[in-house]
Design a protein around this ligand. Structure first.
Ligand code: NAP
Length: 278
């Protein structure tokens, strides 16, 4: 970044008005006294590559990518990290000085950091992890759980062939469990994660009984509106350690902010409140 330019960053998606990333990065820019801006950018698919390639010429140092473009951007990035390739999606683009686009995925990092801070006793290696859902978020969760040493992933999804697809991508440590049998697999799991959109405010509720959860297991819901979901309430009643999904959103933003603005930002209660205040 040349010294006389104000660094710009943002988040691209369609729609984008709902994104909390501007609040997140805006809070950090203010906290660290950085003369930069982070803006929401609604880009149409027909214009996606041209628009992104123009951004560095306007002073952008990078952008986050959200629905529906996380997969598309891999097609024209000039370099892609191994983890983004494995996940098949990128959420963080950094524009190099020569205009080249570097793509990374920090969702798995955000997921793991959230668990480590919300449940400091969490030990991913001691037993299988049960993952509900096989969409985009599940790919990042599974990749990072395997990297953290989970011995087995029990994967269950309403649409079974989607979980089977993930099994062929991630290998033999993934065992596909029928959606209707998921409650039975709970007793084997030491980590349990909901990556489905079930339980989101205004949407369908998570209805599978969690009665068979092991006491003391660590349970995380990626849904964070509401913060305390029925899924987490059920897990709490079964004596599990619960971690809400907001921290994943906060932590996934940190590596991009550091690359773009040169400061490793802190995730703390003040930030949670700033992002929740929307
Ligand atoms: P996605 O790719 O659209 O996947 C949606 C998942 O939810 C699929 O597994 C889908 O199952 C399942 N699902 C949806 N409706 C269902 C229903 N009625 N019954 C059973 N399963 C249902 O979405 P995504 O990007 O993975 O995101 C999933 C959730 O994670 C969203 O709520 C998102 O907000 C949240 N998320 C949170 C963070 C964070 O930072 N905390 C980050 C990323 C995502 P089928 O395959 O059967 O359709």
């Amino acid at each position: 970044m040349s010294e006389h330019k104000i660094p710009l960053a943002g988040v691209i998606g369609a729609p984008i008005a709902h994104s909390r990333s501007p609040l997140l990065h805006g809070h950090w820019l203010k906290k660290y006294g950085i003369a930069g801006y982070y803006v929401p950018l609604h880009i149409d698919r027909s214009n996606l590559e041209d628009a992104i390639r123009t951004l560095p010429t306007l002073g952008f140092v990078g952008v986050n990518v959200t629905i529906p473009y996380k997969e598309d951007v891999l097609e024209f990035a000039d370099s892609v990290t191994d983890r983004a390739s494995l996940i098949g999606a990128a959420n963080t683009l950094t524009f190099r000085n020569d205009g080249k686009i570097h793509a990374d995925n920090t969702d798995g990092y955000g997921f793991i950091e959230n668990l480590r801070s919300g449940a400091p006793m969490w030990e991913p290696t001691i037993g299988p992890a049960l993952v509900f859902g096989a969409g985009g978020a599940a790919r990042a969760v599974i990749a990072s759980l395997l990297e953290a040493g989970a011995p087995e992933i029990l994967l269950t999804n309403r649409t079974k062939n989607r979980s089977e697809g993930l099994r062929s991508d991630f290998g033999q440590k993934v065992t596909v469990v029928d959606w209707v049998q998921a409650a039975n697999a709970l007793e084997d799991a030491t980590t349990v994660v909901n990556t489905t959109s079930l339980g989101m405010k205004g949407g369908a509720e998570f209805k599978i009984s969690l009665d068979r959860l092991q006491k003391g297991c660590v349970v995380n819901d990626l849904v964070y509106t509401p913060l305390r979901t029925k899924f987490l309430e059920q897990a709490e009643k079964s004596g599990c350690h619960t971690v809400d999904g907001l921290g994943m959103l906060l932590y996934q933003g940190a590596p991009g902010f550091e690359r773009w603005f040169g400061v490793r930002p802190e995730v703390d209660e003040e930030l949670r409140q700033a992002v929740l205040g929307a």
